[in-house]
Design a protein around this ligand. Sequence first.
Ligand code: SF4
Length: 59
Amino acid sequence: MSIVIDHEECIGCETCVELCPEVFSMIPEEEKAMVTAPDSTAECVQDAIDACPVTAISR
Ligand code: SF4
C-alpha cells in the first residue's frame, strides 16, 4: 500500500499538508503537493484523502 498524489489533478490547495504534515508537503517552487511518507498508516491520511477537493490522493 502506497500513498500517491496524481500530480495532474493536484491544484496545490495545501489542504493535505495542513491536515497531515507528516505525510504531505508542498513541492518547492511548484503548486503541487508530494508524499514524503508513502508507507504511512497515520489516520490523518484518510482525512486528507477525504478532504482533497480534486480527489488526487489515493492509496
Ligand atoms: S489536498 Fe489534493 S489538491 Fe490540495 S494540495 Fe493536497 S493533493 Fe493537491
